[in-house]
Ligand binder design. Structure first.
Ligand code: GDP
Ligand code: MG
Length: 188
C-alpha cells in the first residue's frame, strides 16, 4: 500500500481544517474550533482502473481492482508565528496543498508566500496544489478563477477550486493528487 505525507498550508480561516474534515468525514461544521498547532489524520483513497487508465503499465495489470493510496495528512495552524515549525511539517512531505479563500484576496497573497517557501525549503519533487476554497460563496468572489489558475500554471502547480461546505470538488482534489503521486515505486 502506497502512503504519502501531505501538508496543508495557508492563512488561518481559509478552510484548511474544513477541507480535511470534508475529505475524511464527509461533513462540515459552520462553527468549528480553530486548529491549534497541527493535527494529524490519515485517509485512504481508492483509485479504480478507470482512474488509473493508461498510467497503469501492462506489468501492473494485477491492480485491476484498483489501488489504495493512503495519505498522512498534516493540517497546520498558527504558522504565521512559528514559521520554523512549519518546515517540520513540509520537510518530508510528498504533497502540499496551499489553500486560499476566493472571497479574500489577501489570502491568495499569503498562499503565494507559502508557495515560495515550499519552493525554497521543501523537497524539489514535492507536488504543490493551489486550492481556492469557499466556492459556495461565488457571489463574494474577490479572486477570479482565471487569474489564480494562470498563476498556478506558470509555476507548474495543480489548481482546484473547492467548497468544504458543499463538498464540491473535494474528493476530486485528493484523487488528482493521489494520481500524481509516484505510487508505482511504492507498490509492493
Ligand atoms: P482553517 O483555519 O484554515 O483551518 O479554517 P477552518 O476550516 O477552521 O474554517 C474557518 C471558517 O470558514 C469556519 O467558520 C468554517 O465553517 C468556514 N468555512 C470553511 N470552509 C468553507 C467553505 O467552503 N464555505 C464556507 N462558506 N465557509 C467555509
Ligand atoms: Mg484549521
Amino acid at each position: 500500500q502506497a502512503q504519502f505525507k501531505l501538508v496543508l498550508l495557508g492563512e488561518s480561516a481559509v478552510g484548511k481544517s474544513s477541507i480535511v474534515q470534508r475529505f475524511v468525514k464527509n461533513s462540515f461544521d459552520e462553527f468549528r474550533e480553530s486548529t491549534i498547532g497541527a493535527a494529524f489524520l490519515t485517509q485512504s483513497i481508492k483509485l479504480t482502473g478507470d482512474d488509473l487508465g493508461e498510467s497503469l503499465a501492462p506489468a501492473e495489470e494485477g491492480f485491476d481492482d484498483g489501488l489504495i493510496v493512503k495519505f498522512e495528512i498534516w493540517d497546520t495552524a498558527g504558522q504565521e508565528r512559528y514559521r520554523s515549525l512549519a518546515s517540520m511539517y513540509y520537510r518530508n512531505a510528498q504533497a502540499a496543498v496551499v489553500v486560499y479563500d476566493i472571497t479574500q484576496s489577501e489570502s491568495l497573497e499569503k498562499a503565494k508566500y507559502w508557495i515560495k517557501e515550499l519552493q525554497k525549503q521543501a523537497s524539489s519533487s514535492i507536488l504543490i496544489t493551489l486550492v481556492g476554497n469557499k466556492l459556495d460563496l461565488k457571489e463574494e468572489r474577490q479572486v477570479s478563477e482565471e487569474s489564480a489558475r494562470s498563476f498556478a500554471n506558470e509555476l507548474g502547480l495543480l489548481y482546484f477550486e473547492v467548497s468544504a461546505k458543499s463538498g464540491e470538488n473535494v474528493q476530486e482534489l485528493f484523487k488528482q493528487i493521489a494520481l500524481k503521486m509516484p505510487f508505482k515505486a511504492q507498490v509492493s
